[in-house]
Write a protein that binds this ligand. Structure first.
Ligand code: ZN
Length: 118
């Protein structure tokens, strides 16, 4: 389970950002998890409370959004969902493709509590 390392890194990035910007508390973190990133949202959800326990993020809500794994076929230019079609191009059956999205785990947004907003 490599999610714990990924979540630790994410929390560090958020806390570094907060420290640099004098932010005292964060209400929500929105992350995007690509379908092809090999990161399982359920595990992220499970380890998040462990990683944030005792930190400024212990009351911060984690919101996860899934990014579909899309690829473009190198042979016929069809754009298709890699997971749905098991890596095959549904149009011509080719395995040669260029991944367009869904490979990354990224922090999309950080929301501050209402009273801190200017
Ligand atoms: Zn194709």
């Amino acid at each position: 389970m490599h999610e714990i390392g990924v979540v630790r890194q994410m929390c560090k990035t958020v806390m570094d950002f907060a420290a640099e910007n004098n932010i005292q508390s964060i209400s929500e973190i929105v992350v995007e998890i690509g379908e092809l990133s090999l990161i399982i949202p359920k595990y992220v959800e499970d380890v998040y409370p462990l990683v944030t326990e005792g930190t400024m993020l212990s009351d911060t809500k984690l919101i996860m959004e899934t990014v579909p794994g899309l690829a473009e076929c190198d042979d016929c230019d069809e754009i298709f969902n890699v997971v749905e079609h098991e890596g095959y191009c549904p149009n011509c059956g080719s395995f040669d493709k260029t991944i367009l999205s869904g490979k990354d785990f990224t922090i999309k947004e950080i929301h501050l509590p209402e009273e801190n907003q200017q």
